[in-house]
Design a protein around this ligand. Structure first.
Ligand SMILES: NC(=O)C1=CN([C@@H]2O[C@H](COP(=O)(O)OP(=O)(O)OC[C@H]3O[C@@H](n4cnc5c(N)ncnc54)[C@H](OP(=O)(O)O)[C@@H]3O)[C@@H](O)[C@H]2O)C=CC1
Ligand SMILES: O=C(O)C1=N[C@H](C(=O)O)C[C@H](O)C1
Length: 233
């Protein structure tokens, strides 16, 4: 496949390596200064850019009939508009807050556990995420997806960053040098605590998931998730 990278930072570079290993070609590396893009030479675009850039990048690809995979986080308020835009233009689009196989299994486990814990009033839940100090957004996209998974299965009303209230899930975001991404869910009672945790050791899992999603979307029309790509039911 001929792949265009929107964003050539830490993730863009890792995706380039993975894509080449899987016999794909990187035909464009697009950043904020790119003046013109030859969409006719692109099979699929992969966007790992910045919160303010992702929505425009996605729209550009869809308008030009190029399927687009986005892993950029921190632009969630525009996700609904991106879905409508893709539907109107009969495009192809996948966003995932986390492309790694391990985290996508963790998402399923989180929902299953939340559903079980919902009847047990003695436990309160909290989410913690730890990332490197260059990260622009907080909480992480993955932490938001985890909170949404709990909200779907419990009576909590929402989530709050760094704040505990009785009806909102608190998310604590920590920034520590070089940490690729650690997420944990903790259920606490006066007698015990129960924790599930995912630790990324490097960025390879994110990159592989994004390239696999790009391979999967070829020839398809619609808005999909990693659940579709990984056939997680
Ligand atoms: N979904 C997932 O699995 C994962 C998601 N992420 C997310 O991916 C995003 C990128 O992460 P990471 O690679 O670590 O960040 P980096 O800051 O290392 O890279 C982002 C790159 O995007 C460039 N950029 C800025 N504006 C634009 C634009 N308008 N169009 C294209 N590129 C642009 C930046 O250029 P410049 O430096 O010149 O501004 C930079 O090179 C983040 O939102 C992060 O949260 C990260 C890992 C996994
Ligand atoms: O910025 C990062 O690095 C990461 N961002 C994603 C997020 O916000 O959840 C995914 C991963 O944890 C790494």
């Amino acid at each position: 496949m001929k792949i265009a990278l929107f964003g050539y930072g830490k993730m863009g570079k890792m995706i380039e390596q993975t894509a080449i290993q899987r016999n794909h070609t990187i035909v464009a590396k697009i950043d904020v200064d790119t003046k013109e893009i030859d969409f006719s030479n692109i099979d699929v675009a992969i966007d790992f850019s910045q919160p303010e850039a992702a929505f425009d990048n996605i729209k550009k690809c869809i308008e030009n009939n190029v399927p687009v995979i986005s892993g950029t986080t921190g632009w969630g308020k525009n996700y609904g508009k991106a879905v409508s835009f893709c539907d109107e233009h009969k495009g192809a689009f996948i966003y995932a807050s986390n492309f790694s196989l391990g985290v996508n299994i963790f998402f399923e486990l989180n929902e299953y556990l939340a559903n079980m814990m919902n009847t047990l009033d003695q436990y309160t839940v909290s989410i913690e995420e730890i990332h490197h100090t260059q990260k622009l957004d907080a909480p992480s996209g993955t932490a938001i997806t985890l909170a949404e998974g709990i909200l779907k299965n419990t009576d909590y009303k929402g989530w709050r960053l760094d704040k505990a209230t009785s009806d909102h899930i608190p998310i604590v975001a920590k920034r520590i040098k070089d940490v690729p991404g650690t997420h944990s869910i903790n259920y606490q009672s006066t007698v015990d605590s129960l924790e599930i945790k995912h630790t990324a050791h490097n960025r390879e899992g994110f990159a592989l998931g994004a390239v696999v999603a790009a391979e999967w979307i070829m020839g398809k029309t619609g808005v999909f998730t990693m659940k579709d790509v990984l056939n997680l039911g």
